[in-house]
Write a protein that binds this ligand. Sequence first.
Ligand SMILES: C[S@@+](CC[C@H](N)C(=O)[O-])C[C@H]1O[C@@H](n2cnc3c(N)ncnc32)[C@H](O)[C@@H]1O
Length: 221
Amino acid sequence: MRANSPPVVSNQHGPHPDLAEVVARHLEHPWRAPLHQPSARVFAAWVAAVAAPGRELILDSGCGTGDSTRLLALQNPEALVLGIDQSEVRLQAEDSDLQQIGAHAWLLRARAETIWRCLLAASFRVSRHCLWYPNPWPKSAHLQRRWHGHPAWPDLLQLSATIELRSNWATYVDEFALALAQSGWQAERDVVAGSEAPVSPFEKKYRESGHALHRLRAQPR
Ligand SMILES: C[S@@+](CC[C@H](N)C(=O)[O-])C[C@H]1O[C@@H](n2cnc3c(N)ncnc32)[C@H](O)[C@@H]1O
């Protein structure tokens, strides 16, 4: 990956004015859209392969190449570790939408928002949910594509005991923190230090491009 990534450019200057209203609407009205069927099918295949619901689960949603999922699996050998990405190209998943990459670690090619609902329905609980460098969707009109503006927001919160967001766009993290506070969560924010080893290819690229890497670690109040 080249290390000359431009900073995120947006027509938004600060948190979106509709953020609180959008979050309130999603908290009030559970998301009922049909599941993305190919994602639900790969989830069913994963459940059959795991055969151990109820174990600690670490989730890497939007895992890209899966390098960060491999790292999480190495660091947490006792946990189930699941990386999810919708992109066949990123996951190099042309052969199978379900890849086992370690004794307890898998990559799924699927839509994260469908997998979250499936995990909830199957009574899984995520001890650590990594949202590392999600697509920023920087256009103001795209607020509802950002995770905190997405109708899946209540599912994300219900599923996760802790969430760690990383982003090179401060506004994304500002909005995420506001949405968390509105939803009864607390968060600590810092900047990933240059001395920390990069957790993912995008983190490495953004660091080498000189971007500030914002991090938010959150849990329910
Ligand atoms: C900017 S990349 C970051 C990848 C990786 N986390 C990293 O830090 O290197 C964002 C990733 O999120 C994935 N993605 C976006 N929306 C998604 C969704 N709804 N479900 C699953 N993956 C998604 C994209 O395919 C892309 O690989």
